[in-house]
Design a protein around this ligand. Structure first.
Ligand SMILES: [Fe+2]
Length: 180
């Protein structure tokens, strides 16, 4: 069982035990082994979520550091998404949603709904706090669940190859967080 918890309660993603939903976070179960089709869906979903949040930040923030970070997320995650879709299409893997994908999607919708009620410094802080938590959670899922779980060697290699970029995003998000 792995649990990633942000101190603010912004994001809680758990794998391996019974689901429990709260107003401050979300946890989900993922019983049994992840298939490559599940892994493909998680990769696609996780990248789409960060692109969506980045577009919101580019629209709503006036802070240069936030906008620069958000543009990097939009560009980098679109590139990862494109290469992942290309790979799984070539491999004939049809992404199949599982509980974690649904949990991430629900949590993302709640986060964006909250962001849309905020402006100025409050928006920037909520956005970047979530980006720090989200990258920590996603890196944990990739390292501890997706890489060990991938059957196909090319899918596994693709997952390994994206970790350094995601860790650089985490470092960038923490740097911006320190200035907000
Ligand atoms: Fe990112």
């Amino acid at each position: 069982m792995k649990t990633w918890m942000k101190r603010t309660g912004v994001l809680i993603v758990s794998l391996g035990f019974m689901a429990c939903t709260t107003t401050s976070g979300y946890s989900e179960k993922a019983e049994g082994k992840l298939t490559d089709a599940n892994i493909a869906a998680i990769v696609v979903g996780a990248n789409k979520i960060d692109i969506s949040a980045a577009k919101l930040a580019l629209d709503q923030s006036t802070n240069g550091e936030i906008k620069e970070f958000a543009q990097r997320m939009a560009t980098d995650h679109q590139a990862v998404l494109d290469s992942a879709v290309k790979l799984v299409t070539r491999l004939g893997v049809d992404p199949q949603n599982n509980d974690l994908v649904h949990a991430l999607g629900k949590q993302s919708m709640e986060h964006e709904a909250k962001l849309k009620t905020l402006s100025g410094g409050e928006f920037d802080k909520a956005y970047i706090d979530h980006e720090v938590a989200y990258h920590e959670a996603v890196i944990g899922v990739i390292k501890d669940q997706l890489i060990p779980g991938a059957d196909n060697g090319e899918l596994k290699d693709m997952l390994i190859s994206v970790v350094p970029a995601f860790e650089a995003h985490l470092a960038h998000s923490k740097m911006v967080q320190g200035k907000i």
